[in-house]
Write a protein that binds this ligand. Structure first.
Ligand SMILES: [Fe+2]
Length: 132
């Protein structure tokens, strides 16, 4: 069973993956309309990949007794100046998502360590009681 704190953090990551998928989908659509077929195909695949990340997180939360919460979809931009702007925004977004994932992992590891220490302390206390 995951804690409410971790459940909340995972649901925030679900929202971030959903936003990413929408953002890249908007970029793919713009690229397709602008005649950049290769770029468009790349971005459609990238959008699908982000949706798969979202689905994995939802299943992860559910399988551990948590409640996954689906976010409202944000409306991404419709137009971009050029392909360079698309990839600059994509890179900036990926960096932000990576930073958030790193924070999520740090929080999960910290909670795991705290649970382990708490569990070890309980076992140690029980051993001391038995030896009294
Ligand atoms: Fe992702």
């Amino acid at each position: 069973m995951i804690s409410k704190k971790i459940e909340k953090l995972l649901n925030q990551q679900v929202a971030m993956e959903s936003d990413s998928s929408q953002f890249y989908l908007a970029m793919a659509s713009w690229a397709e309309r602008s005649g950049y077929n290769g770029v468009s195909a790349f971005l459609y695949r990238h959008s699908d990949e982000e949706r798969q990340h979202m689905l994995k997180l939802i299943k992860f939360v559910n399988e551990r007794g948590g409640v996954s919460q689906l976010p409202a979809l944000k409306s991404p931009p419709v137009n971009f100046k050029n392909v360079n702007e698309v990839f600059e925004q994509l890179l900036k977004h990926e960096v932000k998502v990576s930073e958030e994932i790193n924070k999520l992992v740090d929080n999960c590891l910290a909670e795991k360590i705290i649970r382990h220490i708490t569990s070890c302390n309980g076992t140690y206390r029980n051993k001391l009681k038995r030896n009294d």
